[in-house]
Design a protein around this ligand. Structure first.
Ligand SMILES: CSC[C@H]1O[C@@H](n2cnc3c(O)ncnc32)[C@H](O)[C@@H]1O
Ligand SMILES: [Zn+2]
Length: 430
């Protein structure tokens, strides 16, 4: 057995308390062996002046959309997608998706994220990139059927199922999959019965955008006389392993439905603010017992993949939404970004405890904006930044040490993404 000791730091425990401790990792099976005073190990990573936290889990994103960062801003969801994003995405090549995914993962590793969920296209490229970068991910091919002939729409769903089957368990189990219909309005009902039942046979989760904007909820209510998540339940799309992105416009019946079925909700506060989609009732969902995780969404609607920013946004927006300064408190957002997201994605991560996946980040506490150290959980939620991350470890492997990424070549990833992004946009607007 090869062991790694993260030594000399303070450690954030699963109950959100902070204690002085070392963390011992079994690098062969990628799990935490012990938390406490650890005498010896094959290798040591220094965490003095640091706080060891569970690696953050970005539970909803489209990593390759880093190529569209800053390409189209200041519009609402529907026109942003139809006028700007979808026309460019139509010109994406597999190499573009690879380059954008690598850039997204570089950004995530640098800011202490060790796991993510990704809905996009060219997923075989995404899978290879995840394997190379060393992160943990639940990935899937996003299906859109509106505006497509039946044959093409069915092909899209077949791709999503085939990808889910092929890559589940890849990269030594770091990669898991899901079938990912884009949303309840962009996928036709005529396809759901068949493909949802085949997803269940495959035994993988479903992940889709739901209740993101008022404009998306209204037609479902008008046409079907029921709320979107009631429609989703009727179609068999809610359950313990399933997770929806956004859940902004959910009423009390839908909140109860989410809690009863165990369906996870991934809160994306920055994207919801930027596209003016609305304020999710996060405290009400937490009070009802819904599993709530946190996600950045794509970098084109955020515009970064920094989960520290997302925690801060979630806390701030949660208070406004509830009209209550005590709502969505620091502990709640840290819990959401770690265990909440990990649970929603089905990862045994998000907690520093013997037996859990060794997915960790070490935060450097020595910067001016983190002094004094009254309450380190408060700092994680309100004051820390992605650039405070010193080391990132996933599955027992060190992905970044002393701010130097080890699995991705930082300069060439950035250079390639810059070039591909420029050529992509030129091709798309030709
Ligand atoms: C079919 S792959 C995923 C698809 O989703 C698009 N997308 C990015 N952000 C959002 C969002 O906030 N709501 C809905 N859809 C979104 C992305 O551009 C891809 O086309
Ligand atoms: Zn999204």
């Amino acid at each position: 057995m090869t062991t790694l000791r993260i030594a000399g730091g303070q450690v954030l425990g699963p109950d959100m308390t902070v204690e002085r401790a070392d963390v011992l990792i079994d690098q062969d099976d990628g799990t935490i062996l012990a938390v406490g005073d650890v005498a010896d190990a094959d290798e040591t990573l220094d965490a003095s002046d640091g706080l060891v936290i569970p690696g953050l889990v970005n539970a909803h994103c489209h990593a390759a959309m880093t190529l569209l960062r800053g390409y189209a801003d200041d519009k609402p969801l529907d026109s942003w997608l139809r006028e700007d994003v979808w026309p460019v995405e139509a010109a994406l090549t597999p190499e573009d998706v690879r380059a954008g995914t690598e850039l997204g993962m570089l950004e995530m590793i640098k800011s202490g994220t060790t796991g993510f969920a990704d809905m996009y296209f060219e997923v075989d490229e995404v899978a290879e990139a995840v394997e190379e970068a060393g992160l943990r991910a639940r990935i899937g091919h996003g299906v859109v059927t509106i505006g497509k002939d039946e044959e093409v729409a069915r092909e899209d769903f077949e791709t999503s199922l085939a990808i889910a089957e092929e890559f589940d368990g890849a990269a030594d189990g770091r990669i898991k999959t899901a079938v990912m219909p884009h949303s309840l309005t962009t996928v036709g009902e005529e396809y759901l019965d068949d493909y949802i039942s085949r997803t269940r046979d495959l035994g993988v989760p479903l992940h889709y955008h739901a209740n993101e904007t008022r404009d998306e909820v209204a037609p479902i209510v008008e046409e079907r006389g029921k709320r979107p998540l009631e429609y989703a339940r009727e179609k068999g799309m809610t359950g313990e392993s399933d997770f929806v992105a956004h859940g902004v416009h959910v009423n009390t019946t839908e909140i109860d439905l989410l809690a009863e079925t165990g369906t996870g909700v991934i809160h994306c506060p920055a994207s919801n603010m930027k596209l003016a989609s609305g304020m999710a009732p996060v405290q009400a969902m937490l009070d009802a017992g819904v599993t709530v995780g946190l996600g950045t969404d794509g970098a084109a609607s955020n515009n970064d993949l920094d989960m520290f920013g997302e925690m801060r946004d979630a806390a701030m927006l949660g208070k406004l939404a509830a009209n209550d300064a005590s709502a969505v408190a620091a502990e709640s957002v840290v819990e959401m970004a770690t265990r909440g997201s990990a649970t929603a994605l089905g990862f045994d991560s998000g907690r520093i405890e013997e037996g859990a996946n060794a997915d960790l980040a070490v935060i450097d506490l020595s910067s001016a904006h983190l002094v004094p150290h009254h309450d380190l959980v408060s700092h994680l939620a309100y004051a820390a930044r992605g650039s405070d991350v010193r080391h990132t470890i996933c599955d027992g492997t060190v992905l970044m040490a002393d701010r130097e990424p080890l699995t991705l070549d930082e300069d060439s990833v950035m250079e390639n993404a810059e070039k591909r992004a420029k050529e992509l946009v030129e091709r798309a607007i030709e």
